[in-house]
Ligand binder design. Structure first.
Ligand SMILES: [Fe+2]
Length: 237
């Protein structure tokens, strides 16, 4: 068993990069992002523009709200480990922050993506339940490569790049959109051309991690996504 990873202390440049990313993106999201996400972000006193947040502080806020916690990982982890963490209401985050010359493009997610993008929606009880059930179903389906790929597509098109409907309007929601200035503007320009979310639709749509997205799905109701996922899982047994 490895010792738990410890969050480093950051220098002024790193804190400055965080503040720039946060300020620019919070402003950009004001008229494009889901209130579900923005209200949670604004409620989190430990996730602000001022400085790179401490992982234990965000974890405590999540614990209070929905019983989730954050676990530090060095980078991308195997999918089965990821499912197992989610099943226990644990979300993983890296602790490195991009360089000032990488504001707009990264090959691998950094802490801004992992926390600014992923943490606020975990404050919402319905989304928190979705993520836990997603993890539990992933654990149950380990070894079934076709089903795991289908789950990865669901994650991609909902958790990373989904839109949600609020007040009859599409709003940006997925962490890959929320944590990226360029992705937000690209996705927002396509908001009149979103595909209606269906589980079958997302599970049969391939994605690429290396190019800007061309397809976005609009989720109308998170509990409905959970019900569809449960029914799909039942149908595999
Ligand atoms: Fe992500």
């Amino acid at each position: 068993m490895n010792a738990p990873l410890i969050q480093p202390v950051y220098n002024k440049i790193q804190h400055g990069t965080w503040s720039t990313l946060y300020r620019r993106q919070r402003e950009n999201l004001e008229d494009k992002g889901a209130r579900l996400y923005l209200d949670a972000l604004d409620r989190m006193e430990v996730l602000t523009e001022a400085a790179i947040p401490r992982v234990d502080g965000m974890s405590a806020a999540l614990q209070d709200a929905t019983g989730w916690e954050l676990v530090i990982v060095p980078g991308l982890i195997p999918v089965n480990d990821f499912f197992e963490l989610l099943a226990q209401r644990q979300f993983c985050t890296s602790t490195w922050v991009r360089r000032p010359d990488q504001l707009d493009y990264l090959e691998e997610p950094d802490m801004f993506h992992d926390t600014f993008g992923h943490v606020p929606p975990l404050m919402d009880p319905e989304f928190a339940l979705f993520m836990q059930r997603f993890g539990e179903i992933g654990v149950a389906l380990q070894g079934n490569d076709k089903a795991v790929l289908a789950l990865q597509r669901l994650y991609w098109f909902f958790v990373e790049f989904g839109f949600v409907e609020e007040g009859g309007m599409p709003r940006a929601f997925g962490a890959g959109i929320m944590s990226s200035f360029g992705e937000t503007n690209h996705a927002w320009a396509q908001r009149s051309d979103l595909r209606k979310f269906t589980l079958e639709g997302v599970m049969s749509t391939p994605f690429t991690t290396t190019e800007i997205q061309s397809t976005y799905f609009l989720v109308q109701d998170i509990p409905e996504v959970i019900r569809e996922m449960e029914a799909w899982h039942q149908g595999l047994q």
